[in-house]
Design a protein around this ligand. Structure first.
Ligand code: GN1
Ligand code: MG
Length: 396
């Protein structure tokens, strides 16, 4: 069987009217494989999103689907109730069932596939298009958190234990660093050695959010897990945000992970795949627009403690993603898909450069958070030093 026939056989298993016309790859994901399937009848056309879940990353893919079922049922009910008061039509994909009534199908070769409705007439971008776009991205994330704020986090499974728990990534990094392959890579590259120093200088900071969770300052809620800029869909006609997609990592966690992850993505105008490091920086105008959008929807459920850790979350998640890419490079590219040798190393350089830019702009970012959100004073760190202490430069 060719790849095309295999894909077609999978797409045919979903309960969609009409004849299957095409299955087209959708580029962009670093973990799962995504396709668009087009079905036609005499009168109409339907397009759905068909995805193969990466089983090396998600060992219990059926939990993704039980979470998704709960989340979409809850959100769709709420959206229905709130629709008359809304300034736009908020959307969220629905699970497309298989012809035998299940939420996913298997391809007979161990592949786990599921399908979702495609939200039509929308666009998404890999990079911020300007402050209006950043404002909409903030609004969409704030709305998503608001919609989930009355769903009990304990009802959802942890589909990816340790996801966004920065100290766990540090432990994994430490284990990888000891392997002969990693030692070789660090020795062979000035850049890799420089990134390793960058990590060492921020070791104490890595636990800032988890320490706050242990102290009881921050409480787990439901999070999206991957609110990067290209997961936010904008209405093609109005430019307003209508939807956030890529719901595989919706699970209990700290909303700070989402806040920091969205900002490390939207406020880096060059994007996470930029080749020229000189173009990578944290744009505080985009940051302010995002924060205003987020606050317009999230203001009612942010506690004073939540507000205190917002800056740290921005700095932490750029550091964390850089650490994840770097660790994967040292481990031989086992987690993120790569297109060339050194791809993960370069991705790590981009995130560390961004982290450094966030550190350099700390006072401005804190002022923005305070003026929009009423953020409290800087949060303490484990060793009592101010959060900004101990740095090395990654950019030249
Ligand atoms: C991965 O596969 P994708 O692109 O949706 C990763 C995110 C990272 C992102 C960086 C499950 O997301 O955490 O922020 O790459 N997802 C997982 O582009 O690890
Ligand atoms: Mg994702």
């Amino acid at each position: 069987m060719t790849l095309d026939t295999r894909l077609e056989a999978v797409a045919q298993k979903f309960d969609v009217a009409g004849r299957l016309i095409a299955v087209q790859p959708v580029a962009g994901g670093n973990v799962n494989d995504t396709y668009r399937a087009v079905f036609r009848t005499t009168f109409s056309e339907e397009r759905i999103i068909v995805q193969r879940i990466n089983r090396r990353v998600f060992t219990r893919p059926e939990w993704i689907m039980s979470n998704l079922r709960r989340v979409t049922d809850h959100v769709h009910r709420r959206l229905g109730r709130e629709a008359p008061r809304e300034d736009r039509v908020w959307q969220l994909p629905r699970i497309v069932r298989s012809r035998d009534g299940r939420d996913w199908v298997s391809d007979g070769q161990g592949g786990f596939w599921r399908a979702l409705t495609l939200i039509a007439s929308t666009v998404s971008h890999d990079r911020a298009q300007g402050p209006e776009h950043a404002f909409e991205a903030g609004t969409v994330l704030g709305q998503f958190h608001r919609l989930l704020s009355d769903l009990d986090p304990d009802l959802l499974r942890d589909t990816l234990p340790g996801f966004h728990v920065t100290p766990r990534y540090l432990e994994r990094y430490d284990a990888t660093r000891k392997t002969p392959g990693a030692k070789r890579r660090v020795k062979a590259s000035v850049e890799a050695a420089r990134l390793a120093r960058f990590v060492e200088d921020r070791r104490a900071f890595a636990s800032v959010l988890e320490d706050a969770r242990l102290r009881g300052d921050l409480k787990p809620r439901l999070i999206h897990g991957d609110p990067k800029v290209n997961n936010v869909l904008l209405d093609e006609l109005t430019g307003k945000g209508t939807c956030i997609v890529d719901l595989d990592t919706v699970k209990p966690g700290l909303i700070h992970y989402d806040f920091g992850d969205a900002l490390r993505s939207i406020a880096n105008p060059a994007g996470e795949e930029e080749i020229d490091l000189a173009k990578v920086f944290f744009d505080t105008t985009l940051c302010e627009a995002f924060v205003r959008g987020y606050h317009s929807r999230a203001r009612d459920f942010l506690t004073p403690h939540d507000r205190r850790y917002l800056f740290d979350s921005i700095r932490l998640i750029s550091f964390e993603l850089g650490l994840r890419f770097f660790e994967d490079y040292l481990a031989g590219d086992r987690y993120f898909k790569v297109r060339s040798e050194g791809h993960n190393l370069h991705r790590a350089r981009v995130q560390f450069k961004l982290c450094e830019s966030i550190e350099a702009r700390e006072p401005v970012i804190r002022r923005i958070l305070e003026s929009v959100n009423g953020a409290g004073p800087a949060a303490p760190t484990r060793n009592g030093r101010p959060a900004a202490a101990g740095r090395s430069r990654v950019s030249r």
